[in-house]
Design a protein around this ligand. Sequence first.
Ligand SMILES: *Cc1c(COP(=O)(O)O)cnc(C)c1O
Length: 299
Amino acid sequence: MDLKGEIITTPFTFASSTLAIENCNLKPIFCDIDPNNYTIDVTKIEELITPNTSAILAVHVFGNPCDVYAIDAIAKKHKLKVIYDAAHAFGVEIDGKGIAEFGDVSMFSLHATKVFNSIEGGILAFRNRELVNKLGSLKNFGLSGDGEVIFQGTNAKMNEFQAAMGLCNLKTVNSDLEKRRTLYKEYENGLKDVSFIQLMETYEDVKYNGSYFPIRFSSIELRDHFFGVLKKYNVMSRKYFYPLTNEFTFDKNLSSKTPISKHISNGILALPLYTDLSVETVRKIVEIIIYEGDCYKNV
Ligand SMILES: *Cc1c(COP(=O)(O)O)cnc(C)c1O
C-alpha cells in the first residue's frame, strides 16, 4: 500500500500485527485501548497523528469489532489508510454488514486455533483491484507473470494441502459459528453476575462469532491465581493477550505508555471455547469459577 513512516496501532494484540509493521520498516505508534471492549480507543488516535503517519492498523479483539465508523471518519479527515487485523473476527457483522466491508484491507488468519482454519494460512479482503496483482506477486517471491522479479517479495503462498483443509472446514463453518455462539451465551449467562470478574462489553448492532470468552480480574495476582486453580481442574485457560506487544524484549524502543492496555492484559484470561466443547462442560467451568471464587465475592 506504499505506506511510509508511522502506523498507529495497539499493543493489546498478538505479536504478529506489530511485527508486520516492523518487518515493513515502518514505526508502530501505540495507542491505548478502550477499557470495556479492548479495541483501539478512538478518542486517543488523533493526538498521535503526525505528518509522518500513513495508516491506522487496528485490531478487532475477541470478536469485538473496533469502532469502525469513528476510525473511518478520522482516516478520511487525515487521509490515512485503514488496515484491520480481523484474525479474531471471522463471521462478525456490524449492522448486517460483513466485518471486511470496513477499512482498506482486512486480514483474517486461518491458523489452526481460529474459528475458521486451514491449519495455517490467511485471507486478505479489500476492494482496490490494483492490490490483487501486487499482493499475488509479493507472496510469490515478487515475480511478475512472465518470471521477472518486480517486488521485494517473499514465499508466503498457501499450499494445496492447506487449501484442501480450508475447503473441508468451510462446509461446517456456519454450524461451527452457531455452536460457538451458543457456548458463548452459556458462559455469559453463567458469569455475568459474578462480582469478582468483568466481562467484555458487547453491542446490540454486532453479530458475534463466539471466537473467545475472555474474563477479567482486577489484578494480575488474582488472574494468575485463577489460571492455576483452573489448571488444577484440568481446565486450560490462556493469558491472552499477554504480554503486550510494546513489551517485546528484543526491541526496547517500542516501549510506550499504554496503562489501560497494561491493566487489561494483566487481568485477562480466555476460557476454553471450541466447537466440540459441550454446554455441560461450560456449566462445570462456570461452577468451578463461582465455587473457587466464593472468598473473592466482595472484592
Ligand atoms: C492469530 C492472530 C494473528 C496471526 O495470524 P497468523 O495466521 O498466525 O499469522 C494476528 N493477529 C491476531 C489478533 C491473532 O489472533
